[in-house]
Design a protein around this ligand. Structure first.
Ligand code: SF4
Length: 281
């Protein structure tokens, strides 16, 4: 949905991406918030959560030794200390938004997978699922960045509606609430979905997959420059920045020969107020 060419670089060419401090900090904070619930409710305090940060960083390094390159060279120790402190601050911020002594998550870091009637398979990892005594389900996702401006909140909620669709298909229950917890700005964004929302997401996903299938067959993946290009690892091979993409690794056929589909994939503005999304022509 963000940039077709970036999708190609990541999923088809599988170009390596450098680890980033921000993304790694997000992974670390998620690990701490998950592990905190191992403790009895009354012990889930902010100091305890902060104290989990260094140990979880060690575990992360063990599983991904390449992350060590983030903090190498001159001043590395100081930068690492500052970075860990930022992670601790984000963890502490969470206590002003939710009270873990009053929560007993039904699931944490839950891998979910389902297949739609069309055969399209959806997968994801949900940060937390709470289930009320009434059986109502709340899906919670932590973000270490800042909450989007209101005009972009629909885009942020798309991921949550995706999870809600998966849970609906798996358990036959429409989640009562979707909750995004933004630790960077201290905001909580909620949305109570109805079946029509999730049916709309399903249609959008099918259109997206149709567009991806077409682009895979034709090799036509268009760049879509936005300010997110600043975070893209692949500017050197992106035509928007004077680069040349690597040779397409799959065999292609012209778009006109792809039966039943006319035109070609390009990013379009899907709905007013939403960020541009890929849709089949
Ligand atoms: S630099 Fe921008 S336009 Fe180019 S691939 Fe990356 S996100 Fe897409």
């Amino acid at each position: 949905m963000q940039c077709p060419l970036l999708y190609r670089f990541r999923v088809i060419d599988r170009l390596p991406q450098k680890p980033s401090e921000a993304a790694t900090r997000g992974t670390l904070v998620h690990a701490v918030l998950e592990r905190l619930f191992d403790a009895p409710a009354e012990e889930r305090t902010a100091p305890r959560a902060r104290a989990l940060v260094p140990g979880q960083w060690d575990r992360l390094l063990e599983s991904k030794p390449e992350l060590a390159e983030l903090f190498s060279g001159e001043g590395a120790g100081e930068r690492l200390a500052g970075w860990l402190d930022q992670a601790e601050q984000l963890v502490e911020k969470w206590f002003s938004l939710e009270d873990p002594t009053r929560l007993e998550p039904a699931e944490r870091e839950l891998f979910v997978e389902t297949e739609l009637d069309s055969g399209l398979r959806l997968r994801g990892v949900i940060d937390r699922i709470d289930v009320a005594p009434t059986g109502e389900v709340r899906i919670v996702d932590y973000k270490t960045g800042k909450a989007p401006r209101p005009e972009y909140s629909e885009g942020a909620l798309f991921q949550m509606k995706f999870y809600a669709l998966v849970i609906w298909r798996l358990k036959n229950v429409v989640p009562r609430r979707l909750q995004l917890v933004y630790l960077g700005s201290g905001d909580v964004l909620t949305y109570d979905p109805v079946p029509a929302d999730l049916e709309r997401v399903e249609r959008k996903l099918l259109a997206l997959w149709e567009a991806i299938t077409l682009a895979t067959e034709t090799g036509e993946w268009r760049p879509r420059p936005t300010k997110l290009c600043g975070w893209c690892d692949h500017q050197a091979v992106c035509p928007e920045f004077g680069g040349t993409p690597p040779v397409y690794p799959l065999s292609v056929r012209p778009a006109e020969s792809v039966e039943g589909v006319q035109g070609r994939m390009e990013p379009v503005r899907a709905e007013a107020g939403q960020p541009a999304a890929l849709e089949s022509p």
